[in-house]
Design a protein around this ligand. Sequence first.
Ligand SMILES: NC(=O)c1ccc[n+]([C@@H]2O[C@H](COP(=O)([O-])OP(=O)(O)OC[C@H]3O[C@@H](n4cnc5c(N)ncnc54)[C@H](O)[C@@H]3O)[C@@H](O)[C@H]2O)c1
Length: 431
Amino acid sequence: MTTGDVKDPGLAPAGERRIAWAWADMPVLRSIRERWASEKPLAGFRVAACLHVTAETANLVLTLKEGGAEVALCASNPLSTQDDVAAALAVTYGVPTFAVRGEDAATYYRHIAAVLDTRPDFTMDDGADLVSTLHQERPELIAGPEALASPPGGGVRAGTEETTTGVIRLRAMAADRALRYPVVAVNDARTKHWFDNRYGTGQSTLDGLLRATNRLLAGSVFVVVGYGWVGRGIAARAAGMGARVCVVEADPLRALEAAMDGFLATDMDEAAGLGDFFVTATGNRHVIDRAHFERMKDGAVLANAGHFNVEINIPALAGLAVSTREARPGVVEYVLPGGRRLYLVAEGRLVNLAAAEGHPAAVMDMSFANQALVLEWLAREGAGLSRGVHPVPEAIDRRVAALKLESLGMKVQELTPEQRAYLSGWKSGTE
Ligand SMILES: NC(=O)c1ccc[n+]([C@@H]2O[C@H](COP(=O)([O-])OP(=O)(O)OC[C@H]3O[C@@H](n4cnc5c(N)ncnc54)[C@H](O)[C@@H]3O)[C@@H](O)[C@H]2O)c1
């Protein structure tokens, strides 16, 4: 089997160090790997993984291998690959890895095809490009849920999905009756989106913006578009750095929440003229558009934290500009008629991964513990699951939370039998 396609095998030692650094902060995944060393719950199964190729992902892949799986990996975004990590996976750990930072669209899809060529039993996706390509171009590789009761081999029987945008796409596929096997929405586990989307993206988005621009946040007007899990995290962190935060949100409940969290809730037309920084986190298309660029202040910085590079209408920005140049590495200056300059970071791709290193390992520990435990559950107890999008079993979610809390040296309050009885009764309220 091929070892894949990586930028430079000579980068492997640097990648090994990076993987080890992240591992130190992944105690929950470590406990799973220790248990799997003897249990081998994934023995004989092949996994096709399409994830951001980072040090944390490497640790998930090595854990799956310890569990007995054969894993092939490609990137879920052309700009998020850490080339040294990809090299270490391919060279040091013998994982077929197909990922080169900055790959063009044709290479990106060629890499997805290469991972599908390994004839997987399970897909592990981040954004649903792997699942969508499989269904449209390689449907003969799908065995369907009936295979969940059979030994490994025979085709794709089930999968997992890591992010909000992927879950939305999969639900659309299921509504069209196009999704041919069960996929577990790992994103929707509370130990995933409450922490990864909020605290992970919150911190790493500011990290990416600051590495790219080195601009001062204190006193600036910072516009967050979308007040979901990701947007909340970014807004809270920007406020913590002294920015005046303005939130643009389409859902009145969430806009109200932003208002009561202390932020100015408004629409994009008004926010466009106020912001020094704009960060999109909606999962939606062209939320910052031509009319908004025309109102922006000279020097405004634009970035995206949502899954795809569609949130800022970049073709419209390019069409409006009289000239462009690279102002700093990863920052393109667009000069508009009249001389105003707008700065786009990381080509409008996930700024936290493209301009920084993605989420800290401590938070990916929980997301990837869910991925690992869900795959084990599918392998051992998946029989009977139907086609469609399924939640992470509650027991897995609670177990990940308990293990993480324990690793932090913290505790929960155990209820007494009297308290349990009180909470489940209705006859006596007051003493
Ligand atoms: N950068 C990362 O590492 C990372 C991590 C997790 C999730 N994501 C991605 O970030 C995006 C958001 O994820 P989430 O979990 O916060 O989703 P979410 O569904 O909780 O929030 C999205 C919000 O955007 C709002 N919205 C939609 N269109 C809008 C518009 N035109 N203007 C203003 N608001 C609009 C929605 O009402 C919703 O409240 C998704 O694409 C997800 O896949 C990225």
